[in-house]
Design a protein around this ligand. Sequence first.
Ligand SMILES: Nc1ncnc2c1ncn2[C@@H]1O[C@H](COP(=O)(O)OP(=O)(O)OP(=O)(O)O)[C@@H](O)[C@H]1O
Length: 418
Amino acid sequence: MAICGALQMKLMTGFDADSEKMYAEAGTIASEAVNNFDTVTSVGVQDVFMRKYNAGFEIPIRNGRKSAMVAGIMFGISEFLSQALWAVSFWIGSIFVRDGFCDFPELMTAITGLLFAGMMLGNASGQASDVSKAKIAATKIFRLLDRESGIDPSKKTGEVSSFSGHLAAEGLRFEYPSRPDVHVLRGASIEVSQGQTLALVGASECGKSTTIALLERFYDPREGTIRIDDTEIREYNLNHLRFNLGLVSQEPDLFNRSIRDNIAYRLDHSDGTPVTDDTIIAAAKAANAHSFISELEDGYDTVVGARGERLSGGQRQRVAIARALVREPRILLLDEATSALDAVSERVVQDALDKAAAERTTVAIAHRLSTVKNADVIAMVSKGRIVESGKHEQLLRIPNGEYANLVKNQLNEATDEE
Ligand SMILES: Nc1ncnc2c1ncn2[C@@H]1O[C@H](COP(=O)(O)OP(=O)(O)OP(=O)(O)O)[C@@H](O)[C@H]1O
């Protein structure tokens, strides 16, 4: 019976592991469809997602049948053995009593002991499928728990209340862990002095957002250093580092809470003291958000909905800017902060960003030349390297330069559109 149980567990571990993988994939498809509900319905691909989702269950169903078959056969064998044990024990026992080896009470004591042990073993083998599932789940959990990140958020040293804002990155080389063969950054170096604006420009996928991700320490570079105020960013306490960098990205994440909470969000949690209304309003004013917030029926108490769905793109972005500014960071990171907006919203948001950048060190990724032209330094990124850097006019003078070509192309596109 114990052998049956062990065999059942061994066979079913393989089936269950495959099924677990397929369930996870089907779950990913379902959550993609739900999270992108608007896109999925507007392009009418619900059926495609349904088919993919159903296809995800083909292997688990097949495995489920095999697994039920194995469990059934093994259960049958172990039940048969347990009943056979009764029969054989009574048969042999009766011979022992007949030949005088033992009396009847001794026989019953031995048989009861034997049979109960057998039944317990049989029951245990019935749990084999649960044991194999628990083994798979526990392996995943322990693998996750044993993983050590090189980026330690619990490090207590390196606390910093504010930066002065000098930023320098040198020789950055980086590949994403999920795609180690793709060399995203191949020795990129940038420097921006306190209070200046650096614009990162370049073709799609050349590594601009990745540079911002490294500055925020979402990842560490494989090679190279990033220094803020002449200290390597690995030396800073991670929370303090991020707290002092104001990040505004293309699609801001707003929480399904009031505008006030969304602006004050991280400050409330950092030292436990709530942010005053004056501070929130000052940040909203600096982000050109105060007037539209005041016009809402519930003002700063307006709940914005999941991911800010009750606000327009431009309004969401201005709340995100206010959230970045309320902490008064000395360094602002703008990752295509206006590229998802229409022309009118873009102007209002850009105006807010220009105001915010005026007193701060700013690293901005932007596609539109009107946004980058006035930057103190423009860095042209190409295939993971900075190939040109300087002011707009300087870069335009480089014969056949990449930035000059980019400008020419954008001007041609603008003329074609007219
Ligand atoms: N999380 C990730 N995992 C794996 N690869 C990624 C990840 N994020 C980006 N990449 C890859 O890294 C490369 C650089 O991406 P990155 O977003 O830095 O480019 P970018 O210059 O900002 O592009 P764009 O202007 O289109 O936003 C791309 O090939 C991209 O597919």
